[in-house]
Design a protein around this ligand. Sequence first.
Ligand SMILES: Cc1cc2nc3c(=O)[nH]c(=O)nc-3n(C[C@H](O)[C@H](O)[C@H](O)COP(=O)(O)OP(=O)(O)OC[C@H]3O[C@@H](n4cnc5c(N)ncnc54)[C@H](O)[C@@H]3O)c2cc1C
Length: 497
Amino acid sequence: MDVQDYDVIVAGFGNAAQTAAFAAYETGARVLVLEKAPQGKRGGNTWFSHGAQFRHVHNGIADVKPLLPHVPEKEWEKIDLSPYTRDEFYSDVMRVTRGRSVPELAELLVNESYPTVKWMRESGIQWEILYSAGVPENGRFRWHHGSSFIHSKDGGAGLVEMWHRILQNKGVEIRFGTAATRLLTDDKGRVYGVVAQNSEGFTEIRCKGLVLGCGGFSANPAMRAQFLGGGWDLGKVRGTRYNTGDGIQMALDIGAQPFGHWAGSHATPIDADAGEYEAGFLDPANRRHRTHRYGWTLGIMVNTDGRRFVDEGEDFHAYTYAKTGAEIVKQPGSIAYQIFDAKVKDSITRLLYEGATPVVANSVRELAEKLEINPDVLVQTVEQFNGAVAQDRPFNEVIRDGKCTKGIYPPKSNWAQRIDTPPLVAYAATGGLTFTYGGLKINARCQVLNRLDQIIPGLYAAGEVTGGFFYYNYPSGSGLMRGAVTGRIAGGNAAGR
Ligand SMILES: Cc1cc2nc3c(=O)[nH]c(=O)nc-3n(C[C@H](O)[C@H](O)[C@H](O)COP(=O)(O)OP(=O)(O)OC[C@H]3O[C@@H](n4cnc5c(N)ncnc54)[C@H](O)[C@@H]3O)c2cc1C
């Protein structure tokens, strides 16, 4: 077997790995990147992050302006953005993860979020304003509390492309179609390299520090069934087909500690017609027609039995979308119908329901017949819902309006309006797996820990490979942020900074 030598090896080529490779390069290290996917499919789930939103702490416009130097002064005058403090970000993480996120890791994510997006800008990553999260109001745009404000230029694909160009310009070596398959350890347990596999066979490559940035196990049906549970082996995957849990498995094989919410995942409502993999887009090759179906907070959602099964108005979708996909997968046939009436037509259009084919009807009974749901049941569900809608306060989709239902289960806690204005539309949705939450235990230096809570020398992890950040649910825009924060730290430390 051919043997080669580098300072740092990074496995993966999504945002976490790319960030790690650049951070290692900055220290002067000789870096090698191994990407399992061929070049045309590079970039992992990062590539599929069409919104590519980054959630970070800021103090309002003064902090975000340096990230967006190309935005003219006139544009800023139309923007209302209140600060998003460390305490707010931290409590959002803790609230949605039911207090389970590991405080040391949640603090790392929160405290390093702004310095990291600033460093990315200085490193050559271009940001844009995330207008899709802003709400138009009287000629201005307002971001409701906790909405992400920036995204990378040209989405996740743009982010992968920008990092690729930056790394290429710096002369960092990248091998596509080359998977990390096995970690090499010495008799003290130190990781001194990896066995890589490409179409020509296996190569042993040595290094001083190795960063695993090679994703979770979302594209591994056996691991999905084993850890996420029934139904998920057949579930649809919104992102890459290459995240098959290799990095996690390789590290477990040398005694790393499994950590975090292994039965938990980020899974969102997507179009029922989406593909098995790369289901973030109805047409992935051309990045056309996003499959996300995030408007359910404005209507009701029923299963194929015609019954509601979640509180559709529990919170803004940014705080519930990541857990709602799994609720749909638990329903018969893993299908739900999102039903809206004409009152919210404009909002649904704004939420980018393009590319989907709704079923349209002039009455609930007609809708049920077209959806092949028992009409008596759906009529009863809608009548019960309509009768329970509180009429004592106005509907306002920009705030948690408290316009709720009374006396039905499940309740709808906000944005409850009667379904009574035809035409009625129904969109078929299923759960789409975005990424998995379980992974490896790391410390705040992104060093991987063994089952005795000791550091495994030479081994670092970043992004989806890590566990302990997210449980049950997650606040939108935190996946890319976690990848960038941990990638930057892991890459710098792997190079011995
Ligand atoms: C449709 C969609 C939309 C999303 N939108 C957002 C968003 O707006 N904001 C947000 O914060 N998050 C979003 N996410 C989540 C976000 O994409 C991920 O959390 C994040 O990109 C993970 O980064 P990563 O680098 O850890 O993994 P990935 O980007 O998945 O990268 C993993 C890399 O490892 C490679 N790999 C796998 N196995 C091996 C191996 N054995 N050897 C070498 N390489 C290997 C893969 O090919 C890939 O390049 C979205 C995800 C999807 C799917």
